[in-house]
Design a protein around this ligand. Structure first.
Ligand code: AMP
Length: 278
């Protein structure tokens, strides 16, 4: 009966090695929402076999972050994945992923030190290490990742290319709530009142888009207006950056195709979002 549940790397690899058809893989940290499920649905369209992993990876959290509070609901996740006709759910534990004596890390340089990497300096090393392990265990033809984590998508593309993984990386669009808030497992931390103020992320990105359409191109001026909107919502800015979506270089002026990303703290919850300027 679908999905088949797999706990160990050994069993996952053995099953994988018996599959000759096209495999799509969706890595997640669980607490699944429509954003995750949109990746799953796209994966189902593009491959014969779909594998979803659920693992809250401790090495991508720093000691002062929310590893212990991070929402977990495996039963609900499995129910959703069953409804979406997923073939396999791989949910290893820490002992499987980081057995005693673990010493090897995968580290992408440069693009991991900017934007989210400034405030979370060890975050991407944790992400690239766990994704490398999952790619080695599953060896999928395709991996689906969300543009919600735009920097993470770029970092994994870089790693897959640099380390010759035989997997194609496919980025999928951001799924939003009815009012524009990007879906995130961390939205669960928000109070009803905080949830309203959290709309400032998307509103500020739309403001940038509208200012650009109105003829303003100067990044600093646009960032300044975005900042005002966010501060007026009583939220704290971690960063707002205008950059080239391929090189990640800062752009002093907006142009079509450039990206704006931001991280904002709403009460105690750090949220991220981004937009492509058109
Ligand atoms: P996470 O469980 O937060 O590690 O996310 C697992 C995958 O789902 C990542 O590739 C995320 O980018 C993607 N994802 C999370 N939220 C969204 C969203 N709102 N829209 C699209 N993809 C998302």
């Amino acid at each position: 009966m679908k999905p088949k549940l797999i706990k160990t790397s050994k069993e996952m690899s053995e099953i994988r090695n018996r599959i000759s058809s096209k495999i799509a893989f969706v890595p997640t940290m669980g607490s699944l929402h429509q954003g995750h499920l949109s990746l799953v649905d796209t994966a189902i369209e593009k491959a014969e076999v779909v594998i979803v992993s659920i693992y809250v990876n401790p090495t991508q959290f720093s000691i002062d972050e929310d590893l212990t509070e991070y929402p977990r609901d495996l039963d609900k996740d499995i129910k959703l994945l069953k409804e979406h006709q997923v073939d396999y759910v791989f949910f290893p534990d820490d002992e499987q992923m980081y057995p005693q004596g673990f010493k090897t890390w995968v580290d992408v340089e440069d693009i991991t030190q900017i934007l989210c990497g400034k405030t979370r300096p060890t975050h991407f090393r944790g992400v690239t290490t766990i994704v490398s392990k999952l790619l080695n265990i599953i060896n999928p033809d395709l991996i689906f990742l969300g543009e919600k984590d735009f920097q993470q998508l770029a970092v994994i593309k870089q790693m897959v290319s640099d380390l010759n993984f035989q997997t194609e990386v496919i980025g999928c669009p951001i799924v939003r709530e009815f009012d524009g808030l990007a879906l995130s497992s961390r939205n669960k931390y928000l109070t009803a009142e905080g949830r309203k103020r959290a709309l400032c992320l998307y509103k500020s990105l739309l403001l940038a888009q509208n200012l650009f359409r109105g003829g303003m191109v100067n990044s600093n001026k646009i960032i300044s207006q975005m900042s005002n909107l966010i501060v007026n919502a009583a939220c704290v800015i971690d960063y707002i950056e205008v950059f080239d979506p391929f090189s990640f270089e800062h752009l002093p002026e907006l142009s079509p195709g450039c990206r704006i990303a931001l991280a904002v703290i709403v009460d105690n919850t750090r949220l991220i979002d981004n937009i492509e300027i058109r």
